[in-house]
Design a protein. Sequence first.
Length: 255
Amino acid sequence: MVRVEVESRVHTVIFDRPESKNAFTAEAARELIDALETATAEDARALVITGDGDAFCAGGDIMAMAERDERPTEAYDRVQSTLNTVIETILTAPYPVIAKINGDAVGAGTNIAAACDFAYAATSARFGEVFANVGLIPDSGGTFLLPALVGLRTAKELTMTGRLFDAEEAAEMDLINRVIPENELEESVDDLLSTLASKPTETLGLTKRGIHENIGRPFREALDREARLQTLAYGSEAHEIGVNAFLNDERPEFR
């Protein structure tokens, strides 16, 4: 369902069902969770999610839905242990997660991209919150992530119409960072990875944690949480390296 490649502490997770446009299944979700957790255990500098073939992820596997026969409690447990856990693991990963969107990212594919810290999409990519088209509500974090990224009214419009939209529109609404020609996507993501590799991963993880944990908090609680995380940063080796490099007019070399 997914395969993993590791180079220079960058883990690349590839959806590996090109014959089905990398349709997302419970098994693929569990394998993605395992890959994210393995990257954490192996002290990854970053993790890239992409797809094999001409699609990133075409959303949930409709054939699997048609064959599914489960009670409501079983459906709840499945969603919690797969779709919800995928998104939570991406959001809490202590390293940057990059979506390299090589083609269509629809349904769960759209929301997995939304959960990533960076999303670079090929010009040909299309997106869509198509859940209503099969009588479902947005999952994979869609009801939480989409309004935060694109705004409340746009989120309602996308989810209730289920329309497809292209990468340019996705960038205009801040769903993704950049639209890139197909033949430049690999190089652009590599450039981003090089930039991130020059920064202290621990600090990036704390920054990500602060942003995500403060979404929706009252401002006094948010400032307190920020102060607690900054206290951790003050005591880090990265802070010591950065300060010493600045004082010696040198470029910091973070471990």
